[in-house]
Design a protein around this ligand. Structure first.
Ligand code: IPM
Ligand code: MG
Length: 370
C-alpha cells in the first residue's frame, strides 16, 4: 500500500457533521476493500469553532489545512451566529480557507441523475441528461477586493463599499482550468460577465478571448452577460457545457444551476489551487448546499452531495479516477433502486434517512466490488 494520504475533515455546522459521518463510513470501506488508506484528522470550522475556540477558524486549523493533501468540508453557518460581528461569522472561516490556500478555481458540476429528472422544478425534457460544469473564480472579485467597509459620512448617514477587481493573471489562471476541463468534455466554454456595465467584466471578456485564441483554438468559446445567463439556465440549460465566471456571478449562477438538478442536496464541488512542482494542488471539497439548520441533527439530510464531493477528491487530488467512478456508480445505483431522502422524494420511492442513504450506497459499493 502506498503512503497514506493526509485528509483533514472539517464537518462544520448544522447538517455538516451528520452528512460527513456517512463519508467516514465510505473511508472505512475504501480502506477495507480497496486498500486506499487515509490518515484522517478532524478540525473545527464555522460556528462550532467560534463556540469552542473563539474564532471561526484558528491558525492551527489553518496550518493543518495547508499541510493536508486534501480538505473535506461539510457546511458552515446558522441563525445562532447571525448577529456576530463580520470577522467572527462562520462564513469567514470558509473564506479564509479559500483565500489562504489560494483555491482560485471552484468546480461546480450540475448533473441530473436519470431517476431524479422529475425532482426538478423544470420540465423533464429540459433537464433530462443535463451535465454541465460551472468553473467559478473563488479568491478574487468583490468578495475580497478593497477598499471595503462601512463608513459614516459627515452628515451622519453611512456608506457601504465593496470593490470588484480582477487582474489579467487572476482571469487567465481560472480560464485555463475551464479550457482544460472543457477539453475532457464537450469542448465548449461560455464565459460570463457584465462587460456591458463593468470594466472588470470587459477585461474579463478580452482576456478570456485572448487566451483562447493563443492556446485553446480547439475550444468553442462564447461570451454571455450574467443576467442573460441566469435566464438561459432556466430556459434551456442543456445549451451549456462549461461556464467560466467570476466569484459573485458564480455564486449566484451555481445555485441556479444546482436547482435545475432537483436538489441542492445532490451537488458536490471542488476548489483547487495551482499545481506545485510535484503536480500536487491544494484542494478543498465540499457540498454546494449549506448547513440547513432547520433539519440539523434529525437524520434527514441528504448525504449524497458530500459523498460525491469525496468522489471528486479521489479523482482530482489522488488520481483515483476508477475509485471515484465506483462511488458515483454506487450513488446512481442507490437512486435507481428508489432510495430517496426527503429533499428528493417522489411518489412511489422509498424514503430513507441520512444513515439509510449511507447504508444504500455502501450496499451498492459491496455489489459493484463483488
Ligand atoms: C457558496 C456559499 C458561500 C459563498 C458563503 C457561505 C460564504 O454561498 O459557497 O456558494 O458565498 O461563496
Ligand atoms: Mg453560494
Amino acid at each position: 500500500m502506498a503512503a497514506n494520504k493526509k485528509l483533514l475533515i472539517l464537518a462544520g455546522d448544522g447538517i455538516g457533521p451528520e452528512v460527513m459521518r456517512e463519508v467516514g463510513r465510505l473511508i472505512d470501506w475504501f480502506a477495507r476493500r480497496r486498500a486506499v488508506g487515509f490518515d484522517v484528522s478532524q478540525g473545527l470550522v464555522g460556528g462550532c469553532a467560534y463556540d469552542k475556540e473563539g474564532v471561526p477558524l484558528t491558525d492551527a486549523t489553518m496550518a493543518a489545512a495547508m499541510a493536508a493533501d486534501a480538505v473535506l468540508l461539510g457546511a458552515v453557518g446558522g441563525p445562532k451566529w447571525d448577529n456576530l460581528p463580520f470577522e467572527k461569522k462562520p462564513e469567514r472561516g470558509l473564506l479564509r480557507l479559500r483565500k489562504d490556500m489560494e483555491l482560485f478555481a471552484n468546480l461546480r458540476p450540475a448533473i441530473v441523475f436519470g431517476p431524479l429528472a422529475d425532482a426538478s422544478t423544470l420540465k423533464r425534457e429540459l433537464v433530462e441528461g443535463l451535465d454541465m460544469l460551472i468553473v467559478r473564480e473563488l479568491t478574487g472579485g468583490v468578495y475580497f477586493g478593497s477598499p471595503r467597509g462601512i463608513e459614516t459620512l459627515p452628515d451622519g448617514t453611512r456608506r457601504g463599499i465593496n470593490t470588484q477587481v480582477y487582474t489579467t493573471p487572476e482571469i487567465d489562471r481560472v480560464a485555463r482550468v475551464a479550457f482544460d476541463l472543457a477539453r475532457l468534455r464537450g469542448k465548449r466554454v461560455c464565459s460570463v460577465e457584465k462587460a456591458n456595465v463593468m470594466e472588470s467584466g470587459l477585461l474579463w471578456r478580452e482576456e478570456v478571448q485572448k487566451l483562447r485564441d493563443a492556446s485553446y483554438s480547439d475550444i468553442d468559446l462564447s461570451h454571455m452577460y450574467a443576467d442573460n445567463c441566469a435566464m438561459q439556465l432556466v430556459r434551456q440549460p442543456k445549451q451549456f457545457d462549461v461556464i467560466v465566471t467570476d466569484n459573485l456571478f458564480g455564486d449566484l449562477l451555481s445555485d441556479c444551476a444546482a436547482m435545475l438538478t432537483g436538489s441542492l442536496g445532490m451537488l458536490p464541488s471542488a476548489s483547487l489551487g495551482a499545481a506545485d512542482a510535484t503536480g500536487r494542488r491544494r484542494a478543498l471539497y465540499e457540498p454546494v448546499h449549506g448547513s440547513a439548520p432547520d433539519i440539523a441533527g434529525k437524520d434527514l439530510a441528504n448525504p449524497l452531495a458530500t459523498i460525491l464531493s469525496f468522489a471528486m477528491m479521489l479523482r482530482y487530488s489522488f488520481d483515483l479516477g476508477e475509485d471515484a467512478t465506483l462511488v458515483e456508480k454506487a450513488v446512481a445505483a442507490a437512486l435507481d433502486r428508489g432510495y430517496r431522502t426527503g429533499d428528493i422524494m417522489t411518489p412511489g420511492a422509498t424514503r430513507v434517512s441520512t444513515t439509510g442513504m449511507g447504508d444504500a450506497v455502501l450496499k451498492e459499493l459491496d455489489r459493484l466490488a463483488a
